[in-house]
Design a protein around this ligand. Structure first.
Ligand SMILES: Cc1cc2nc3c(=O)[nH]c(=O)nc-3n(C[C@H](O)[C@H](O)[C@H](O)COP(=O)(O)OP(=O)(O)OC[C@H]3O[C@@H](n4cnc5c(N)ncnc54)[C@H](O)[C@@H]3O)c2cc1C
Length: 362
C-alpha cells in the first residue's frame, strides 16, 4: 500500500476540526480533514452566546453569522430556582445566536474547502501509529476502502468519541451521567421571542430554542440511569414537555406524532492526556461541557483557533507551544467547573432528588 505524506491530518470535521483547518490555512500549513459524515445531519446544540462575535471575528468567519438561516438569541427565560429572565441587551456584545447547525457546518465546510490545500475527505480514522517524524494513519471510507496516510502532526477533533486518544490508549473520564433527549419539531407559528427557554424539573431540566422556519429545538437533560423508557418514546416526552409552565405554550399546538427524540451523551467529560509531541486534541474530544453552559460550540471553535496557532508555532520551533495549549484549554475547563457548580446550586427545590443531589457540593 503506497502512502501519501502530509503535514497535518485533522480527524473530525465539526467546529473544532474546521477552526483548526482555517487557522492552519492562514498560517500557510497544509492539512487534510478526515470527516466520515458526508451528508450533514441535524446535530444537537445550537445556542451560542453574544461573546461568540469576538471569536468569529478572530477566525475571520464573522460573516457566517449574518446568514438568514441563523436566528438572533436575545437572552434566556428560565424556571431555575425561581422564574426569571436574563437578557443580553445590557451586555457589550449585543445578542447571541440560535444557529441552524446543519447550515453552520455547511458554511464551515464550504469555507474550509476553499482555503485548505488538502481538502475534506470522507474517511474516518481507524488506526494510528507513531513513526519517526510523525504518524502512520489508517483511514476507512463508508465502503470500507482503506487508505494509509503519513502525517507529521495529528489532531483529534472527533468529538466525544475522542477516537485518536482512544487508539492511543488514553482514558476518558466522565464527571456525571448527563444524557440529552433531543429533537427538532415543526411548530405552527414562528416561536417568538427569540430566547432560550430553560426549565428545571425533579429529574433534570429542559431547554427549548426557536429556530428558523418555525422549528423548535427541544431537549430534556437527565442522567442516563434516571431516564425512563417512557421518555425515550416520543409520547412520554411530549406529554412531559406539555406539563412545563414555560415550555408548554411553545409546544401545545403541535402534533405528538412528529416528536421523536434521539438520545445523546452530554456528560462533562475529558481525556486524561490531551497533547503529545506530535498530536493534540481539540473541542469535545479534549473537554466536553454540560449543555447548560451553552459553551460547547464556542469552546470547540476556540480550541481549534488555539490548536491551529499551536501547531504552526510548534513547526517554527516553539517548544512551549504545545504545553501552553494544554494549559490554556485545561484552565478554561477548570473555570467552567466552578461556574457549572454555581449554576446547579441555584436550583434548590429538589435537593433530595438524585439528579440534584449528585450536583450538590455535599
Ligand atoms: C443535547 C445537547 C445540546 C447541546 N447544546 C449546545 C448548545 O446549545 N450550545 C453549545 O455551544 N453547545 C451545545 N452542545 C455541545 C456541542 O454540540 C458540542 O460541544 C460541539 O458539537 C463540539 O464540537 P466538536 O467539533 O468538538 O465535535 P463534534 O461536533 O462532535 O464533531 C466531531 C466530528 O468528528 C467526526 N468523527 C467521529 N469519529 C471520527 C473518526 N473516527 N475519524 C474522523 N472523524 C470522526 C464526527 O463525524 C463529527 O463530525 C450540545 C450537546 C448536546 C449533546
Amino acid at each position: 500500500m503506497s502512502s501519501i505524506k502530509i503535514p497535518v491530518l485533522i480527524a473530525g470535521g465539526g467546529p473544532a476540526g474546521m477552526a483548526t483547518a482555517i487557522v492552519l490555512a492562514s498560517r500557510g500549513i497544509m492539512c487534510v480533514v478526515a470527516e466520515p459524515v458526508i451528508e450533514l445531519e441535524p446535530k444537537a446544540g445550537e445556542t451560542i452566546p453574544p461573546s461568540a462575535r469576538q471569536l468569529f471575528a478572530k477566525l475571520g468567519i464573522e460573516a457566517l453569522l449574518g446568514a438568514r438561516e441563523h436566528l438572533p438569541c436575545y437572552g434566556n427565560k428560565f424556571v431555575w430556582g425561581s422564574l426569571g429572565e436574563k437578557d443580553f441587551f445590557g451586555g457589550v456584545y449585543g445578542h447571541g445566536w440560535h444557529l441552524n447547525r446543519v447550515h453552520f457546518e455547511k458554511q464551515l465546510r464550504a469555507l474550509v474547502q476553499g482555503v485548505i490545500a488538502g481538502g475534506i475527505i470522507g474517511y474516518r480514522i481507524t488506526h494510528c501509529m507513531e513513526v519517526d517524524d510523525g504518524w502512520k494513519v489508517l483511514l476507512q471510507d463508508e465502503k470500507n476502502n482503506v487508505m494509509e496516510l503519513l502525517c507529521n502532526f495529528l489532531v483529534d477533533a472527533t468529538g466525544r468519541v475522542s477516537r485518536v486518544a482512544r487508539i492511543l490508549g488514553i482514558q476518558r473520564k466522565r464527571l456525571d451521567k448527563l444524557t440529552g433527549l433531543w429533537c427538532v419539531i415543526d411548530t405552527v407559528d414562528q416561536i417568538k421571542p427569540f430566547y432560550t427557554f430553560i426549565e428545571a424539573v425533579a429529574d433534570g431540566w429542559w431547554y427549548a430554542a426557536p429556530l428558523q422556519d418555525k422549528k423548535l429545538s427541544l431537549a430534556f437533560m437527565t442522567d442516563s440511569d434516571l431516564l425512563h423508557a417512557s421518555m425515550v418514546s416520543g409520547r412520554g416526552y411530549f406529554e412531559a414537555a406539555r406539563k412545563l409552565p414555560l415550555i408548554n405554550p411553545l409546544v401545545k399546538d403541535i402534533s405528538a406524532a412528529q416528536v421523536q427524540p434521539t438520545v445523546y451523551p452530554a456528560s462533562t467529560s475529558y481525556i486524561t492526556t490531551r497533547v503529545g509531541r506530535n498530536w493534540l486534541a481539540a473541542g469535545d474530544a479534549a473537554y466536553a461541557y454540560d449543555p447548560i453552559s451553552s459553551y460547547g460550540i464556542l469552546s470547540s471553535l476556540e480550541n481549534g483557533f488555539f490548536a491551529g496557532h499551536t501547531i504552526a508555532d510548534s513547526y517554527s520551533g516553539d517548544t512551549e507551544a504545545i504545553p501552553a495549549y494544554d494549559f490554556l484549554i485545561s484552565s478554561s475547563f477548570s473555570n467552567y467547573l466552578k461556574m457549572h457548580a454555581l449554576q446547579y446550586l441555584q436550583e434548590t427545590r429538589w435537593r433530595n432528588e438524585p439528579f440534584w443531589q449528585r450536583r450538590s457540593p455535599n
